[in-house]
Design a protein around this ligand. Sequence first.
Ligand SMILES: *Cc1c(COP(=O)(O)O)cnc(C)c1O
Length: 355
Amino acid sequence: MAWEGVIKTYKEFLPVTDKTPIVTLKEGNTPLIPADRLSAKINKGLKIFLKYEGLNPTGSFKDRGMTMAVSKALEEGSTAIMCASTGNTSASASAYAARCGLKCFVLIPHNSIALGKLSQAMIHGAKVLAVRGNFDDTLEIVRDITSNYPVTLVNSLNPYRIEGQKSGAYEIVDVLGKAPDFHAIPVGNAGNITAYWKGYKDYKQAGKLSDLPKMIGFQAAGSAPIVLGHVVEDPKTLATAIKIGNPASWKSAEEAADSSGGMIKAVTDDEIIEAYKLLAGLEGVFVEPASAASVAGVIKYAAEGYFDDSQGKTIVCVVTGHGLKDPDRAIATAGEPEVIDNDVEKIVERLRLKK
Ligand SMILES: *Cc1c(COP(=O)(O)O)cnc(C)c1O
């Protein structure tokens, strides 16, 4: 049967009715990919899966929440939506707005978002303003404007975003037949860890799983407010999608980690890039740097023995966005191609091929 998108597929778990006008790009249904070569490298006894969210229509998990937020905005008679964004929220909001004729206003931190994401917001026709400030500043302005003007906020403070994003958890359980033992995830504004935890709990309540996973979230060391226990005024990390110093869903992220028996920890940019290269080179899975934080965390804590008593257990790492979002980072990491003359012999020699 053709995939109908997350709202139609999971409507019994979502705040929609038959009257809700569904705006969908058939998001969701992303593959859960076994990462056997990665498992073998990290710890042979673990069974690691990658939930490859880069395969959503606009290249990140944000589409799961945006189909809900935009459908509900339309249902409630809104004519315009607005978001602050480190990039992927704006890519998703602008696409879903285009699809149903809503206006879309986007505030991004100037010079701080990856090229692929900016190109999406521009081509879908959003009004994009690059603010001289960081993400937290832009979110503050968007909260202010959307509470004073007839414009719907579609950041993850919008509860429908979280509702839609729960679908990632449902899909994982639908494939595995149970929850994983550990759920590893990058944490930025902390909406996604909140959503997955809610999704697993929904499924438990519906009798679709018995044991909940331990939620293990990873922030970038230079922007790790939840780990540090205080707001980070000037967050720094090359993983721009999680470069957030004052997460909107801070408390619920802590609640997810604490009540599941998990944790929220930091990984350095070097550890993120190492995981980014491993995913691409060992598994053929190209993600943007922020996405690799989940895998970086698993590698780091496996080395520290965190999983030693978990032989045979399953870990799902959510890899949140596609690598093509940030092509500059891929080239900066892997280098430029060597240039060579148009000459078979020279090329064969350079490739060291022997008959
Ligand atoms: C938005 C985003 C994150 C962070 O998700 P939060 O819900 O803000 O914690 C991580 N990775 C990518 C690729 C994203 O787009």
